[in-house]
Ligand binder design. Sequence first.
Ligand SMILES: *Cc1c(COP(=O)(O)O)cnc(C)c1O
Length: 362
Amino acid sequence: MKQNRVYNFNAGPATLPLPVLEEVQNNFLNFNGSGMSITEISHRSKWFEDVLNDGINRIKKLLKLDDKYHVLFIQGGASLQFSMVPMNLINGNAPADYINTGTWAKKAMKEAKILGKPFKVIATSEDKNFSYIPKNFKINSDAVYVHITSNNTIEGTQWDSFPDTYNIPLVADMSSDILCKPFDVKNFGLIFAGAQKNIGPAGVCMVIIREDMLEKIPDNLPTMLNYKTYTSSNSLYNTPPCFGIYIIQLVAKWIEETIGGLVKMEELNRKKAEMLYKCIDGTGFYKGTAEKDSRSIMNVTFRLNSEQLEKKFIEEAKKNGLEGLKGHRSVGGCRASIYNAMTLDGICSLVDFMKNFEKNNG
Ligand SMILES: *Cc1c(COP(=O)(O)O)cnc(C)c1O
């Protein structure tokens, strides 16, 4: 029942737009007159092909992608991309550059290392617990790509604008902020995003790859680990994660038709984040963990005076219908993930709760 739903601040899998969930529910038993659910129809049927192609077209429209870009759907999560990216794109002795902004960036580098691929770490914010996005760094002129994590889900930092890489392709893990705002895609050679943060359910990773990146791919890769398998078959080489792709399509439609596009989406996201950070900065009772100029508008990380108080905060929030405010197990504290689907009402409820909690415990 809709009335029993909580405000879900989990980092991922995460909240999805209610109108999307309702549409899935309403069409579930008989998808588009097929007499079958979306989970029961052939991935080679017209019904599913329409979903796939409409989803791709909507993503292309939202991000203003020209014909040079392919939109792919791959299983294995964002974590498989940590391997696929270096496997496909580092081919020879020229290294890739990596910028280390947190847990997910480190996991990406770990895979490049396992594969024995050459790469250099050109900047890191590990010296201050990944509380900021590095600013002064030099990109190697021979780098095959520059890998960044656009939003650091665990540490609560985000690239506000992207570095100028002088024609060296940017590769970005956008798992936790894809479609949260418009950006100029032209410097990007490849973007990947596990769906379960901002655009859909777990089980599908969206990959956007520029045509020229395909030229570098070695031809001895296993079929399922080669991007060309997906570009040449429109992600239909084998059975794709149909249900996840369907939800991504509906989320893209929701952004365009209900929200009004990515400019509006960003306005709403900034408003939500500002309300929450204003509350955190208010009196010193709450302390934001990310440096102000690096703060994420998707994952808001903060601490209270003691771990005991944090525990009480999280428990009482839960009793008030505010779910998932515990920080990642590796860093502790509190985290409110306020992805696209988190409503302004949800933020107001959280801010009200935080003010009350402070009054009773401050
Ligand atoms: C969650 C997350 C991942 C891992 O995603 P999986 O789909 O679980 O592999 C990678 N990068 C970022 C930025 C994430 O937030």
